[in-house]
Design a protein around this ligand. Structure first.
Ligand code: IVH
Length: 695
């Protein structure tokens, strides 16, 4: 680039035009395609050059100057969409036995007699990404990705480009509002063609049709999506002002009649044998299917039963995914690395000679733990059989012993942490060896930070493994609170972040913005982010719903340190929190180092109270209810699940904190207790009437 002083006015104008174009091109590569074409440093140099010319010739500043467009740059790409009803995922079954168990669970939950048939719809499990299409008055008004199930990305413009997504639904029975859900996928043919085009253009190929579908749908420029030949198959729905059918099967037929394709291989079947027939038929066709499928989804056909079965955690009880067998390959173990997790667990990972399994190149596989390696006698140098199933981490299944080269040594599992050298010990009855270095172990600290910023936790974009590690090593970020003081401390003792390797003005600005945006966080995400053992998304949600606010939760944790306290009983009555989980929680909140880290963090951020439970419209939301005696209209399991779905705390025993006791015939001690404490007692019918009020 020529120094500004040497440019004539005309040359400066030409240079500004060229820069505007070039910078715009890099912006598109960076923001829209997440594939930067130059380094941050080079990008910054272009920007500085542009700025210098603009400073010298202010009258030449163009309307499309990079400086005028900055505000128009989307920071994160797509707007967020809150799903009116959460987008769920599915439980898996890996064998016919597990499918039989699914059917049995459904029967038990609904209390069906042996002779009552359960009809099921079997649908191929398409390997793409799910999307929700919102139609109001029959018009397509909004389309969103699943995201975390609660919030997705607004990809309306992109979905409009799919031939399978009509702008208007046909027919006279289209509800006023309906969100049709289904899979966006890329047929294999289109995938192969796309990768050929990518290769010709010198771009990296997509690993599989699913990644290609996701990458194609999430283009900021819908014109690119339009070229990608994506398809859509409808199989579920979210909010609906009215349902035009009473079964899953008829819903699929309505979708098709309205102009939304459903998968033509779906079948309605009754009983285990027919379900398995259907599974085998689709599996036999698997290699010839026009798309990737990784299993068959069975769904209870009757919608009133679906409704009663409801969902547990993030998966409906009325559906299950019967997965196809995993794909296998043979390769050699080049080495065994031991990784240290955020709770200190040492996990051995096999480094493998790269091998293709089911269309994906595998270079690592988990070895689970010390015992797994010993049992299978896995050694460095062995030829092994590996398995990859869907999304899960590849596994080493077995050693091909006859192919063992001479002289390979039995593997000795380290007894010290490879990161900090502290002794690594095993607790009685545990297969996992853990580093005892605690907060002093850098590997644990880095893993905790990584978890803290991960998508389901604080979701700070621009902070991956590499960056967290580098920040930790440089002493910039040692604990979560440090993230929020990073911008204020930048350049204070040492070089500014923008001058560090791998960073530039733009990426630093974006990082600081991303961090700023997370100074307010929901209680649920916050609890998950803390990385407490056994507290993942599901338990974090439970706790958030149960305690509503962080102050209440912390107070309860302090009180519950005493196992005879009411607070401890309440914690265990929360349903889903057992003694092991409770112990981990209490230990976390009691540890002085954690209390300090928490205090430092809370000085920087605001944790929002949980929204009132699932269905705040229900008159029973937030109440504590005890069921006792025989229930005649539903099973105990169903009663509990339905109550919890309405935001009720179902407790096992009656105390002063109980709001209501629902008593059936034969109620004994608990009923007496309720009467003694003056707790209101109602019948099952009264209860059903009460919970119907809100709906
Ligand atoms: S139903 C209400 N049906 O599988 C339950 N999902 O593992 C929501 N999928 O996120 C899912 N084919 O992306 C359903 N016929 C099918 C499906 C299917 C593929 C995907 C979907 C979902 C994931 C869950």
């Amino acid at each position: 680039m020529r120094p500004v002083e040497t440019l004539s006015r005309a040359e400066a104008a030409a240079e500004l035009a060229r820069l505007a174009l070039e910078i715009a091109r890099h912006d598109i590569a960076y923001y829209r395609e997440a594939r930067p074409t130059i380094s941050d440093a080079d990008y910054d140099a272009l920007k500085q050059h542009n700025d210098a010319i603009e400073a010298r010739y202010p009258e030449l500043v163009r309307p499309d100057s990079p400086n005028r467009r900055v505000g128009a740059r989307p920071a994160e790409g797509f707007a967020e969409v809150q799903h009116a009803r959460p987008m769920l995922s599915l439980n898996n079954a890996f064998s016919a036995d597990e499918v039989a168990e699914f059917l049995e669970r459904v029967r038990r939950f609904l209390g069906l007699a042996g002779e009552v048939p359960v009809a099921v719809v079997a649908e191929p499990k398409l390997d793409g990404l799910s999307a929700s299409l919102r139609y109001v008055g029959g018009e397509f008004v909004q389309g969103a990705t699943r995201g975390d199930g609660e919030r997705g990305e607004d990809v309306t413009a992109n979905l409009r480009t799919l031939d399978d997504v009509p702008a208007r639904l046909r027919g006279d029975d289209v509800p006023d509002v309906i969100e049709v859900r289904g899979e966006v996928y890329m047929p294999r043919q289109a995938f192969l063609k796309l990768n050929a085009v990518q290769a010709a253009a010198g771009r990296a190929p997509y690993a599989n049709p699913r990644n290609a579908a996701a990458g194609s749908l999430r283009q900021l420029d819908a014109a690119i999506t339009a070229e990608r030949k994506l398809r859509f198959a409808a199989y579920a729905w979210g909010e609906a002002s009215r349902l035009p059918a009473a079964t899953q099967w008829d819903m699929l037929r309505r979708f098709q009649a309205w102009g939304l394709p459903r998968d033509e291989r779906s079948r309605r079947c009754v009983g285990l044998a027919e379900m398995l027939d259907c599974y085998h038929a689709i599996e036999a066709e698997r290699a010839w299917l026009p798309y990737d499928a990784d299993g068959v989804v069975y769904k209870v056909d009757r919608l009133d039963w679906q409704e009663r079965l409801g969902a547990q955690s993030r998966s409906p009880r009325w559906a299950v995914a019967h997965k196809f067998p995993a794909e296998l390959a043979e390769t050699r173990v080049l080495g065994i690395d031991v990784q240290v997790g955020r709770t200190g667990a040492l996990t051995p990972v096999a480094r493998l000679q790269p091998v293709t399994v089911g269309g994906v190149v595998v270079t690592n596989a988990t070895l689970h733990n010390e015992d797994y390696i010993a049992e299978k006698d896995i050694r460095v140098g062995d030829l092994v059989r590996v398995r990859r199933a869907g999304d899960v981490i590849p596994q080493v299944l077995e050693v091909l012993a006859e192919a063992r080269p001479q002289g390979v040594q039995r593997y000795a599992f380290p007894e010290r942490c490879p990161a900090c050298g502290s002794p690594a010990t095993r607790e009685a009855g545990e297969a996992v060896r853990r580093c005892t270095g605690g907060l002093g172990c850098p590997a644990q600290a880095v893993e905790r930070l990584r978890h803290f910023v991960s998508r389901e936790a604080f979701d700070i974009e621009g902070l991956g493994e590499k960056q967290v590690q580098a920040f930790y090593a440089a002493g910039l970020v040692r604990q979560p609170a440090d993230l929020f003081t990073l911008a204020a401390r930048d350049g204070r003792d040492g070089p500014r972040l923008a001058e560090r390797e791998g960073w530039g003005e733009t990426s630093v600005r974006n990082l600081f913005l991303a961090i700023e945006e997370r100074r307010r966080i929901s209680l649920e995400r916050f609890l998950n982010a803390l990385g407490i053992r056994h507290i993942g998304q599901a338990n974090a949600r439970l706790l958030a719903r149960g305690y509503r606010g962080l102050p209440a939760l912390r107070q309860a944790m302090d009180e519950a340190q005493d196992h005879d306290s009411e607070a401890y009983r309440e914690l265990l009555a929360m349903g889903g929190i057992g003694e092991k989980v409770a112990a981990a929680l209490l230990a976390f909140f009691a540890a002085p180092a954690n209390r300090e880290a928490l205090a430092a963090l809370l000085a920087e951020i605001t944790v929002e109270d949980a929204a009132p439970a699932a269905d705040a419209g229900s008159p029973v939301a937030g109440q504590t209810v005890v069921f006792t005696g025989k229930l005649e209209r539903m099973t105990r399991e169903e009663a509990k699940a339905r109550a919890e779905a309405l935001g009720v705390k179902v407790a096992g025993s009656v105390s002063r904190k109980t709001d209501l006791v629902v008593a059936g015939p034969g109620a004994g001690g608990k009923l007496k207790n309720a009467e003694a404490l003056g707790v209101k007692v109602i019948s099952e019918d009264d209860w059903l009437a009460l919970i119907r009020e809100g709906t």
